[in-house]
Design a protein around this ligand. Structure first.
Ligand SMILES: [Cu+2]
Length: 370
């Protein structure tokens, strides 16, 4: 009797195993948790399966990226996350999930990682008997969707922005960053990049020390995704010492640095800096209509200074108040997007510019785009 019941249950397990095997779910026994492997990287969350059966589930989460990431499951009244995972490390999260749709994402940086694409969905279906037909259908739906989002037709959708400077023009001079205490805990997470950044706390380019100047800047930027972004534009301004500078944008910079991804050179619509852990926290938390990294030709009083000027441009939510143009907020992300920033540094190995701090940093406070 014992033997026959073992045979029956053994057969049942084998049958169930075959059954779910066909469906692609890793559930060797009805009560064993479903296992979902999760791979985190910049900037996506990949699941080994997008649909699982209701009940116990175990997420085995690996951070395959180069900066710390987190993992959160949210939906059907549930919201569970695990502690931040360092690059190369793994962790697990065990949950019991009811049927329904769940959002699965990286919560790091007040959702900045999520907005950059670290978000996907998990569908939890009811009992296997009733869910089997829908299971295959939805799994196909999901894979079809992911194919579509990676297809060349979608990737080649070109976004372009034209930006024109306007409003008061200020030159930003070296000085202390006014929110060092807010930036300090974020800097902790920056690893190797932290040391260089900490020197900017005291004398960084992002200060309240500003001088009114004059000038203009117009450019066009094309965001074609991870590659083939491009820029075109010219800035001309006279600094507080009377020197006349001209910058001609040449091409985008594409090299990613772990905490400083460049998104192919141009990115339209980005929530970053400050508390987000994306790019230096020695800039307040902002929203940008466009951010770009480029190489340009720089002239001073009509003489070529360099063909390798390192340029960072943003059209961002206002960070400074009218009047003295002091930095007005640590979280400036809700302010109107009309501040145009131009930062120019010497190329690698080149001498500092003949300007205060050796860099050029100019803001146009009421700029526009189309
Ligand atoms: Cu993340």
């Amino acid at each position: 009797m014992d033997r026959s019941s073992n045979m029956v249950s053994g057969w049942a397990v084998l049958t169930a195993g075959l059954f779910v095997g066909v469906l692609g779910a890793a559930r060797p026994q009805p009560d064993a948790p479903a296992l979902v492997s999760v791979r985190l990287s910049e900037w996506k969350v990949e699941l080994s399966q997008q649909t699982i059966a209701a009940g116990a589930v175990r997420f085995a989460v690996t951070n395959a990226g180069s900066i710390p990431h987190g993992f959160e499951v949210e939906g059907q009244g549930l919201e569970k996350e695990i502690e931040t995972i360092q690059p190369g490390a793994s962790d697990t999260l065990s949950l019991s999930l009811k049927p329904g749709s769940y959002e699965v994402y990286c919560p790091v940086g007040a959702d900045s990682h999520k907005k950059l694409g670290m978000e996907t969905h998990l569908k939890v279906v009811g009992s296997r008997a009733s869910g089997s037909a829908g299971y295959g259908g939805s799994a196909m739906g999901e894979s079809h969707m992911s194919e579509m989002s990676g297809s060349p037709a979608v990737a080649e959708k070109v976004q372009v922005i034209q930006v024109k400077s306007g409003g008061p023009v200020i030159q930003i001079l070296p000085g202390p960053f006014p929110f060092p205490d807010s930036a300090a805990p974020i800097l902790q997470a920056f690893g190797d990049e932290r040391e260089g950044l900490e020197s900017q706390v005291k004398n960084g380019p992002y200060s309240n020390n500003v001088a009114p100047i004059s000038g203009r800047f117009t450019f066009t930027a094309w965001d074609k995704g991870a590659t083939r972004d491009s820029v075109e534009g010219v800035a001309e301004f006279a600094t507080q010492d009377g020197a006349r500078w001209k910058l001609v944008l040449d091409r985008v910079q594409t090299k990613d640095v772990p905490h400083h991804p460049r998104f192919g050179g141009v990115i339209l619509g980005l929530y970053y800096h400050g508390a987000t852990q994306v790019h230096t926290p020695l800039v307040p938390t902002i929203n940008s209509a466009v951010a770009l990294w480029a190489v340009g030709h720089l002239y001073k009083n009509d003489q070529l200074v360099t063909d390798n000027a390192m340029v960072h441009v943003m059209l961002l939510s206002r960070t400074r108040r009218d009047g003295d143009f002091a930095l007005a907020c640590w979280d400036c992300s809700k302010n109107k997007i009309e501040e145009l920033q131009l930062q120019i540094l010497p190329g690698p190995g080149e001498p500092k510019f003949d300007a205060p701090g050796g860099f050029l940093f100019v803001n146009w406070e009421k700029s526009s785009s189309r």
